[in-house]
Design a binder for this molecule. Structure first.
Ligand code: NAP
Length: 278
């Protein structure tokens, strides 16, 4: 007699060995005493499609997708959620019972859920948001801030052209600020987000002058290694409320885990510690 097959999930990327997702999902599987495994899977460009399509046969209920396949996976999906379509990339794949591949993007959800957990009275509608960066993460964050009702989102990026492309994509409430003017324009921001890789271990520091930053501005990071970045330290010294980037990583994983293992997991202190140590 055979019982229900043990549900599997995982993360596909290249490389994937650095991913903290196995530690993250492993914590929840243990916490909720669930049968299941979460496995890192490294595939190349030439093996990605075949590898992805074979996973349901092996008992996978879904996978996270990381660099460099977040855009490519949309070309293989049968169902694309609105937010993944809007962002143009997916990080969470669910193999539906009828055999279709569903692609979702939970980065923006994770970004907002993290702010709500770390600064519960934050309200996107109270004033303009300013986003530093115009890469993949910035795209998800701009989309989420607009959905939350930010009256305007001002993007500043070293390469202006990428910020212009986001403005073109998201339209009316988005404007572009020259990178050289970012420091002086900060004074207008109710929410300031670093969505660049600056400040990350191994990358240059974010050296923008923060003298114009108002204490009432909420400052959010997406860099989580180190946890307390130079930006967060300096913003806290100016009296700003700050939100670190680790929570975004933790919260973006919630919808996938719920789809695959049928429990909506909680982001708690134990999870933060396990992922920090991973
Ligand atoms: P990406 O698409 O490569 O974008 C990188 C961004 O950083 C671009 O805006 C880029 O500007 C900017 N940048 C890089 N080096 C710079 C420099 N020296 N000076 C000024 N700007 C610079 O990467 P991504 O996927 O958006 O990820 C960005 C960061 O977010 C990474 O550190 C990633 O680990 C982190 N992240 C965190 C989470 C989370 O859950 N917390 C989720 C996703 C990503 P240009 O356009 O001028 O190159």
């Amino acid at each position: 007699m055979t019982g229900e097959p043990i549900p599997l999930a995982g993360v596909i990327g290249a490389p994937v060995s650095h991913s903290r997702s196995p530690a993250l999902h492993g914590y929840w599987l243990r916490k909720y005493r669930l049968k299941g495994y979460y496995i890192p899977i490294e595939l190349g460009y030439d093996t990605f499609e075949q590898g992805l399509r074979s996973l349901p046969l092996l008992g996978f209920h879904g996978v996270n997708i990381t660099i460099p396949f977040k855009e490519k996976v949309l070309t293989l999906a049968d169902v694309i959620t609105d937010r993944a379509a809007l962002i143009g990339a997916a990080n969470t794949i669910t193999f539906l019972k009828d055999g279709r591949i569903q692609a979702d993007n939970t980065d923006g959800f994770g970004f907002i859920a993290n702010i709500r957990q770390q600064a519960p009275d934050w309200d996107a509608t109270v004033g303009p948001a300013m986003v530093l960066g115009a890469g993949g993460a910035a795209r998800a964050i701009v989309s989420a801030l607009l959905a939350e009702g930010a009256p305007s989102v001002r993007i500043s990026n070293r390469t202006r052209n990428r910020a212009d492309m986001l403005k073109e994509h998201f339209g009316g409430r988005v404007s572009v600020i020259e990178w050289s003017n970012a420091a002086s324009e900060m004074q207008h921001a109710a929410t300031l987000v670093n969505a660049t890789s600056l400040g990350m271990t191994g990358q240059p520091e974010l050296t923008l002058n923060l003298d114009r930053l108002r204490p009432s501005t909420l400052v959010a990071e997406i860099v989580y290694s180190p946890l307390n970045t130079g930006l967060l330290q300096k913003a806290a010294e100016r009296g700003c409320r700050t939100v670190d980037g680790l929570g975004m990583l933790l919260h973006q994983a919630v919808p996938g885990f719920e789809n695959w293992f049928r429990v909506r997991p909680e982001v708690d202190i134990g999870l933060r510690q396990v992922v920090l140590n991973a």
